[in-house]
Design a protein around this ligand. Structure first.
Ligand code: FAD
Length: 462
């Protein structure tokens, strides 16, 4: 990069917040996806702006010189959303990590994008408030990254996803213009819903510099249980049954035998390694009703063939189960070196059918596919355990993935419930949204970012 340009960028964000050494830049070539570009795509520069004015000034300069900008939070996305390119500047938003205010009366909060999700949750919970979205990466992912991906998590079954809590945003557009969208009110229909357009835009339309979120009262109590099954299909059939009984559990997670064994091997908390599947279920709310709900769910699980239902007897037992669940990705990473975590989502009643299909596809292509899911909201993480160095196996993996996508769409599902399109799924997006959908998205992108500097190559593939 031209040294004069580097000097101007150093003036904008401060020299100590610009990294231009090769070793530093190399660290930004990857994210948590399976995509690796290594030394072929080392970005030109890394900048860490400290406020919206600095973000705007960097974008203005990048736009003028047509330099791609790759926005980045913690880099924990699994869709290749922050994979670098060798002509780009990576803009890391983690210096902007203040919780600006928590307004108890109106139950809203304002925060910067670099705040870590779990830290924010801890702060609002101290005030008796609740921010439900809980990606399993909440201990390290940022709120900006959560908004840009519209992250979900286990609690999505009852509480929805990030989108459902975003009232408004402050964003900087590709040309450096600062824009406030949405409102601080619980409802607003003033014009097109630009907030929703930016949520899930994967760094391709704007840089998010401030987030206004809606909060809920912290539920009084919760209860966690584990239902153990000898039949994966029966376990997946149980999911819709629970909802049909009129109970909306906070979480309803499905884990198959590969996940159970890998997690137990990793965290050793006494999971039933011989079980074909477990359902990890939690209910929350008024303490008085929880025992009743747990009783009804236990009965449904047993009627569906669960061999045992264990209710956590205290907070530690419950937390152990959640630590185990949150370590699932790390645990299966020990089985094979390359992990491809899909996140197809289907209507709840289609889960058994798609789980069965995934098993058939796994056998047909002779690839290991583990199944875990936020099954309560229909989100299945079919996880391919493979080795990207084995080209012959990777060719079979690719075919298996395509068949999983086709099965998902046939079941009226979506290719991605929460991980985003990124680089990983761009070539499949048309299968779901059609040519008309792609054309409209491209037209929007061209209008908002005519020089295509914001995360080019992501989502729409250009
Ligand atoms: C172990 C593990 C478990 C996970 N569990 C879940 C889960 O349960 N649910 C789930 O939904 N995801 C999950 N994820 C995926 C990931 O954590 C989420 O996608 C998360 O939202 C990414 O946040 P991040 O701060 O790491 O963002 P990054 O990965 O840095 O960025 C994600 C995307 O957002 C863009 N971006 C980042 N910050 C901004 C900003 N300020 N303005 C504009 N664009 C921006 C980037 O360009 C990129 O496209 C998991 C990942 C791991 C590794």
């Amino acid at each position: 990069m031209d040294s004069k340009l580097v000097e101007r960028l150093k003036k904008i964000v401060g020299a100590e917040h610009v990294f231009d050494k090769y070793e530093d830049r190399y660290c930004y070539t990857y994210d948590a996806s399976f995509i690796t570009v290594g030394k072929n795509e080392v970005p030109e520069l890394i900048v860490y702006p400290g406020n919206k004015e600095e973000v705007a000034a960097v974008l203005m300069l990048a736009n003028e010189h047509k330099i791609p900008i790759i926005p980045r939070g913690a880099g924990s996305n699994v869709s290749g959303g922050t994979i670098s390119r060798n002509d780009a500047i990576v803009m890391v938003l983690t210096r902007m990590n203040k919780i600006i205010n928590i307004d108890r009366k109106n139950m809203i909060a304002e925060l910067e994008p670099g705040v870590i999700t779990a830290d924010f949750q801890t702060q609002v919970e101290k005030l008796g408030l609740f921010y439900p979205p809980d990606p399993a990466s909440k201990a390290f992912s940022t709120m900006g990254g959560n908004v840009a991906e519209c992250a979900g998590g286990p609690r999505g079954a009852k509480y929805g996803v990030t989108r459902d809590y975003i009232l408004g945003l402050e964003v900087v557009l590709a040309n450096g213009q600062i824009l406030n969208v949405g409102a601080r009110t619980m409802k607003s229909v003033a014009g097109y819903d630009l907030t929703r357009l930016f949520v899930g835009s994967e760094g391709t339309l704007c840089i998010i510099t401030k987030i206004i979120v809606k909060l809920l009262p912290l539920p009084e109590a919760k209860k966690t249980m584990l239902a153990i099954f000898d039949d994966l299909y029966k376990a997946s059939e149980t999911v819709a049954q629970v909802f049909m009984a009129g109970i909306i559990p906070t979480t309803l997670e499905l884990l198959d035998n590969i996940y159970i064994k890998s997690i137990e091997d990793y965290v050793k908390i006494g999971l039933p390694v011989d079980a074909e599947a477990v359902l990890l279920i939690e209910v929350d709310g008024d303490a008085a009703v929880l025992d009743k709900q747990i009783g009804i769910i236990s009965k449904i699980c047993k009627d569906q063939g669960a061999r045992e239902v264990k209710v956590a007897q205290n907070e530690k037992e419950a937390e152990d189960l959640w630590v185990a669940r949150r370590s699932a990705f790390a645990a299966v990473s020990r089985v094979r070196p390359t992990i491809i975590g899909e996140d197809c989502t289907v209507p709840r009643d289609k889960i058994p059918e798609v789980v069965k299909k995934v098993r058939e596809i796994s056998a047909k292509y002779d690839v290991i596919i583990a199944v875990l899911g936020h099954a309560g909201d229909g989100n299945l993480h079919a996880t391919i355990l493979t080795d990207e160095r084995d080209h012959e196996e990777m060719a079979r993996v690719e075919k298996a993935i395509e068949e999983i996508f086709i099965a998902t769409l046939e079941a009226k599902g979506t290719l991605t419930g929460e991980h985003g399109v990124g680089r990983a799924k761009g070539k499949y997006l048309h299968l779901e949204v059609g040519k008309e959908g792609i054309d409209l998205m491209k037209a929007l992108k061209r209008t908002m970012d005519p020089n295509n500097i914001l995360n080019p190559g992501q989502m729409l593939g250009e």
